[in-house]
Design a binder for this molecule. Sequence first.
Ligand SMILES: NC(=O)c1ccc[n+]([C@@H]2O[C@H](COP(=O)([O-])OP(=O)(O)OC[C@H]3O[C@@H](n4cnc5c(N)ncnc54)[C@H](O)[C@@H]3O)[C@@H](O)[C@H]2O)c1
Length: 333
Amino acid sequence: MLIRFGLIGCGRIGRMHARNIAAHPMAQLVVCHDLIADAAEACASELGAETAPSVNALLGADIDAVFIASATDTHVDLITRSVQAGKAVLCEKPVDLDMRRVEACEREIGSLASRVMLGFNRRFDASFQALRNRLLAGEIGTLEQVVITSRDPEPPSPRFIATSGGLFRDLTIHDFDMARYLAGDIVEVQAIGANLIDPAIKEAGDIDAAMIIMRAASGALVHINNSRRCAYGYDQRLEVFGSGGMLQAQNQHPTTVEVWNGECTHAQDRVPHFFIDRYADAYRAEIGHFVDCLSNGKPFLAGFTEGKAALQLADAALASLASGRVETVEHGR
Ligand SMILES: NC(=O)c1ccc[n+]([C@@H]2O[C@H](COP(=O)([O-])OP(=O)(O)OC[C@H]3O[C@@H](n4cnc5c(N)ncnc54)[C@H](O)[C@@H]3O)[C@@H](O)[C@H]2O)c1
C-alpha cells in the first residue's frame, strides 16, 4: 500500500524527512507547506511534490498521512487538525513543552491518539534496537542498571536556548524516552545540573550539563548524562547491566580503522558530528516503521503516550533540579 504524505515544516529536519519519504518505495511525498513559502517551494521542487499555501489546503489534498516537522509550539494544533481530518500523523518530538497543552490535546483527540506516532528516532537505531532485543531475550538476566550517555558536539545559539524549553525538554527528552524503552515505567527522578560551558546559556536561563538518576517501577536504576558540548563529536552510547552481564552499544565511526603509533594506541576516526549524520539510518527506519504500521495495521513503537511520558519525566527532572529532592512520578495522571 502506497502511503501519501503531506509535510508541514520544511526546515532543517523537515527537509531531511522529505528526502527519506521520497526515497521510500512505499511512500510518496505529495505536498509541502511551510510558513516560509520559499522553504516549501525548495523542498517540493527538489522532490517533485506540490506546495500548499496553508495547513487547510494541505489537509484537503489527497494524502493519507501528515509529517509534522514544524516548530515545537505548532505541534499540538497540527496534530489535532490532522487527525480530525482523518490523517495519520508522524510528529517530531516533543509533543509540546507544556504538559497542560499535551493533556488538552489528548482529551480533544481521544481515541484518535492511536493515529499519532512520535519521532523518537533513537528507537529505530539498529544498534540500540539490537541491544534492547537482546536484553528482552534475557541475555544479561534481570536488568539492574541502565547508563545513557548523550552529549551534543556544540551548544545551540542562545536565541534557540531561550525558546527550546530547556535542556530536559529539548535534549534529554530523547534520553527519557530511551530510559522507558529499555527499563519501562519510571517512578523516581533526581537531577542535578550545572553551567560549565557557555555563560550565554546561563543568561538564557538554562543549564548546559546535567546528570539524572532514576528508578524504574521494575526496581532497575537509570543514569543519564548530558552535555551541550563534546570535543570529539556527538557522543551517543548505551549500557545495560544485569544479573548475568552487560550489553553495550558504542559510538559509531566512519571507518573501523585504528591507529597504533608513538602518540596513541587504538585511536579511531572522530564520531559523527551530529544527529543528522549519526541517526541517518534511524530516521529512514522511522519512516519505514510508520509506513509498515499504516499498511499492516500495527501499533506504533512510539506514540502519543510515549511523547507525554517523556515530557512527564522532563518536568519531574526540572522539579528535582529546583527542589534538590527526589521527585516521584505518577502514572496515568
Ligand atoms: N528527532 C530529532 O532528532 C530532532 C532534531 C531536530 C529537531 N527536531 C524537532 O523538529 C522540529 C523542527 O526543528 P528544526 O530544527 O527543523 O527547526 P527549523 O527552524 O529548522 O524548521 C522549522 C520549520 O517550520 C516552519 N514553521 C514554523 N511554524 C510553522 C507553521 N505554523 N506552519 C508551517 N510551518 C511552520 C519554519 O518556517 C521552519 O521552516 C522541532 O519540534 C524540533 O524539536 C527533532
